[in-house]
Ligand binder design. Structure first.
Ligand code: C2E
Ligand code: CA
Ligand code: CA
Ligand code: CA
Length: 278
């Protein structure tokens, strides 16, 4: 079997059977992954471009498959969303991230942790209580948690999503719109949703200073953020030029390989120390 491309249908047009078999196999493997401790989290630093401080981290899931090795989340998350396994996996992510945040807080560095919340999780009846319980269990102030949701999460049932995000927001959790600009962006969502952060997708940052259209899109999102009083986060910042442009343009937060790849907790701690000691 392959490590990559399980959902990349175009590679498998010749063999839909195999595509289906692989997907079924992956679903079975996902079912065991939690019990077998095959998941772990890595943390990508988020930097305040004005103060040059690490303000927090985005938790990103990794699956170390016993046979196939590391499988990228873009390959297995859609499968886990498809069969509902993401609900349990997502709860594990939240638990693990809060546990880590509590440890870091205990060691004197309270950081904000951003966790990706799948649309499938947001649809769960008990999701708000589950999240608030998790915070309580780990003794994490709600202000320390940020949830990243994509615009597609709002679409299936707007009223339900609005109500849940309001409850989370009222509890003190901040909400970021992930991959902003790639989906069904609508100003209606932004008006109705209690969101505080917009994340400019990395596809617009990659050619930020090369492709005029991308420059304009990034500028538009930054200006939109300013006028709606939302903090804008640029993801996928890879060069000093991109960082300089974004900070001059008034984008407040950034993450990307220019600062650091997503890191294991120990490496993250070392990164923060050296970054602040520069
Ligand atoms: P995302 O939430 O948009 O995360 C950003 C992705 O960009 C991450 O990929 C990150 O490693 C990558 N990245 C960060 N900096 C750079 C950069 O400078 N250049 C480039 N080219 N890429 C960069 P990753 O870790 O492979 O995750 C892919 C996607 O999988 C995430 O996209 C997110 O949608 C999903 N995902 C990851 N972890 C979770 C999770 O715990 N729950 C859910 N529901 N989804 C997750
Ligand atoms: Ca994200
Ligand atoms: Ca993104
Ligand atoms: Ca994404």
């Amino acid at each position: 079997a392959k490590q990559n491309g399980h959902n990349h249908f175009q590679f498998y047009v010749a063999s839909i059977d195999q595509e289906i078999r692989e997907r079924k196999q992956m679903e079975r493997d996902l079912g065991n992954a939690l019990i077998n401790h095959e998941f772990y989290l890595v943390y990508q630093p988020q930097i305040n471009l004005e103060t040059k401080r690490v303000i927090g981290a985005e938790a990103l899931l990794r699956w170390n498959h016993p046979e196939h090795g590391l499988i990228p989340p873009d390959d297995f998350i859609p499968v886990a969303e498809g069969n509902g396994a993401i609900v349990e996996i997502g709860q594990w992510v939240l638990d693990q991230a809060c546990w880590q945040a509590a440890r870091w807080a205990g060691e004197g560095s309270p950081l904000r942790i951003a966790v990706n919340l799948s649309a499938v999780q947001l649809r769960q009846e008990s999701i708000v209580d589950d999240i608030l319980d998790t915070l309580k269990r780990h003794n994490i102030p709600a202000g320390r948690l940020e949830l990243e949701v994509t615009e597609t999460s709002f679409m299936t049932n707007l009223t339900d999503a609005v109500a849940k995000l309001h409850r989370l927001h009222r509890a003190g959790i901040s909400i970021a719109v992930d991959d902003f600009g790639t989906g069904y962006s609508s100003l209606t969502y932004l008006k109705k949703m209690p969101v505080q952060h917009l994340k400019i997708d990395k596809q617009f940052i990659r050619d930020l200073l090369v492709n005029e259209e991308d420059t304009r899109i990034a500028n538009t999102i930054i200006d939109l953020g300013k006028s709606l009083n939302l903090t804008v986060v640029a993801e996928g910042v890879e060069t000093a030029e991109q960082e300089y442009y974004l900070s001059q343009r008034g984008c407040k937060l950034a993450q990307g390989y220019f600062f650091s790849k997503p890191l294991l907790p120990r490496d993250f701690e070392i990164f923060v120390q050296t970054f602040h000691a520069r």
